[in-house]
Write a protein that binds this ligand. Structure first.
Ligand SMILES: NC(=O)c1ccc[n+]([C@@H]2O[C@H](COP(=O)([O-])OP(=O)(O)OC[C@H]3O[C@@H](n4cnc5c(N)ncnc54)[C@H](O)[C@@H]3O)[C@@H](O)[C@H]2O)c1
Length: 349
C-alpha cells in the first residue's frame, strides 16, 4: 500500500509511546493491538518525517532522542534508532509566563515555517499531540496543515474537527480531518462507557455515577490549570451517551500527583437499581500508564485517515472520528463506531 508519512506536533509522552510502538510492532502483530493490519496498511508502513516542539530539551534533537528527553516520563519499552528527523521549533501562541506548574522549558528562536516544513517533508498528515489547552497553537497547526495539503489528526481536547470553518476548509480542499480528544485504549472514559453500557444491557437502572482521575504526567498539570472544565464537559458528554436517559453524572480529571510519574489512577463509582428495587454500588479503581494508552488508537486512526486520503475524502471522516475520539462531530456507541470503522477500512466487522 506504500508508506504513511506522518508529521508530529508535540514530542511529549504520547508521541514517545507512538514512536516506540511503531518500532515495537514494525514486524507485524503482537499483544496490545486492535488492528495489526488496517485498510491494507501495516504498522511498519508509518514513517515519521518531521516533528515540532517548543521545549529546549527537545528542539534540535533527533526524534529518537527527543522522545526520551526531559520532561517526558513515558516508559521506554523499545529502542528507536536514529530517525534523521530533527525536532524543529514550533510556534507558541499560548505561552504564558508566571506561576504555572507547566514543565515546558521554552526554547528560544525563530519558529519553523510549518506549512513549508510539511511540504518539504512530503507529509501526508500532521498528528497534533501538543499540550492540552494550547487552543491557538492547535488551530494554527490545523491551518498550516491545510495550507500544505495535509490531513490533520487532533488528539488534543481543542475543538478542531468540531470547528465549522476549519472542517469546511478541509472539506473544500478534499483533505481528511479527525478529532477531537483521543479516546484512549483502556482510558477512563472508554472503561466508564463500557461499564455503563454493560449495566444498561443487563436491565439495571444507573442512578448516579462519577469518575475521577489523578495522574503524574505533565498533561495532568494542564488539566488542572487549563482544561479542567472543558475536559469535564467532553468526558461527561461522552459518558452520558452510554445510556438512553439522564442521570446525575460527573466525569473528569481531578488532580496532579507527581510521584505517579506517567501513571494515572482512575476511580469509578456507580450506584444503581435492579430487580425488585434492590440497590447496588460499584467502586472500581483502574491504574494505567498514560502514554501507551494512546498508542493503539493513534496507530489505528492514523491509518484510517490515510485510507480516507487515498479515497480523496475531505472534512471530518466520520468513522475515524467516532471510533477514536471522545468528542467526534457525530457520536456513536462504542460497538457501532468500531463496526463502522472496520467497514470503512475495508476490514470485516
Ligand atoms: N494519554 C492519552 O491517552 C491521551 C488521551 C486523550 C488525549 N490526549 C492528548 O494528547 C496530547 C498529548 O498528551 P501527552 O500526554 O503526550 O502530553 P505531554 O505534556 O507529555 O506532551 C505535550 C508536548 O507538546 C509540546 N508542546 C506544547 N506546546 C506546543 C506547541 N505550541 N508546538 C509544539 N509542541 C508543543 C510540549 O513541549 C510537550 O513535549 C494532549 O493534548 C492530551 O490531552 C492524550
Amino acid at each position: 500500500m506504500g508508506e504513511i508519512r506522518v508529521a508530529l506536533a508535540g514530542v511529549g509522552n504520547c508521541c514517545s509511546a507512538l514512536v516506540q510502538g511503531v518500532e515495537y510492532y514494525r514486524k507485524g502483530g503482537g499483544l496490545g493491538l486492535l488492528h495489526p493490519t488496517l485498510g491494507g496498511y501495516r504498522i511498519g508502513d508509518l514513517r515519521f518525517v518531521v516533528a515540532f516542539d517548543v521545549d529546549h530539551n527537545k528542539v534540535g534533537l533527533d526524534l529518537s532522542e527527543a522522545i526520551l528527553a526531559e520532561s517526558n516520563k513515558a516508559p521506554a519499552f523499545r529502542e528507536v534508532g536514529r530517525t534523521g528527523v530533527k525536532v524543529q521549533l514550533g510556534p507558541s501562541p499560548d505561552k504564558v509566563e508566571g506561576d504555572s506548574m507547566s514543565q515546558i522549558k521554552w526554547a528560544q528562536g525563530e519558529p519553523a515555517d510549518i506549512s513549508k516544513a510539511l511540504k518539504e517533508a512530503k507529509a501526508d498528515m500532521l498528528v497534533n499531540l501538543i499540550s492540552g489547552g494550547s487552543d491557538k497553537a492547535s488551530r494554527l497547526y490545523a491551518e498550516e496543515a491545510l495550507k500544505a495539503g495535509c490531513g490533520f489528526l487532533n488528539a488534543t481536547p481543542s475543538g478542531i474537527a468540531n470547528d465549522l470553518s476549519l472542517s469546511a476548509g478541509y472539506r473544500r480542499a478534499g483533505l481528511p480531518l479527525a478529532g477531537d480528544d483521543l479516546l484512549s485504549q483502556v482510558g477512563a472514559t472508554a472503561v466508564h462507557i463500557g461499564l455503563l453500557e454493560f449495566l444498561h444491557s443487563r436491565g439495571v437502572h444507573v442512578d448516579e455515577s462519577y469518575q475521577l482521575d489523578v495522574g503524574g504526567g505533565s498533561e495532568s498539570i494542564n488539566t488542572l490549570e487549563k482544561t479542567r472544565d472543558s475536559k469535564r464537559l467532553i468526558k461527561t458528554e461522552a459518558v452520558k451517551s452510554s445510556v438512553p436517559y439522564d442521570f446525575p453524572l460527573v466525569s473528569g480529571s481531578a488532580d496532579f500527583v507527581d510521584f505517579l510519574v506517567n501513571g494515572r489512577d482512575s476511580f469509578f463509582w456507580i450506584r444503581g437499581t435492579y430487580f425488585g428495587g434492590a440497590a447496588f454500588t460499584m467502586d472500581v479503581k483502574l491504574s494505567t500508564e498514560d502514554a501507551p494508552n494512546a498508542g493503539a488508537v493513534l496507530i489505528d486512526t492514523i491509518r484510517g485517515l490515510k485510507v480516507a486520503m487515498d479515497r480523496g475524502l475531505g472534512g471530518p471522516v466520520e468513522p475515524v472520528c467516532a471510533y477514536g475520539f471522545k468528542r467526534p462531530p457525530k457520536r456513536r456507541r462504542i460497538a457501532e463506531a468500531y463496526r463502522l470503522f472496520r467497514e470503512f477500512a475495508g476490514d470485516q466487522p
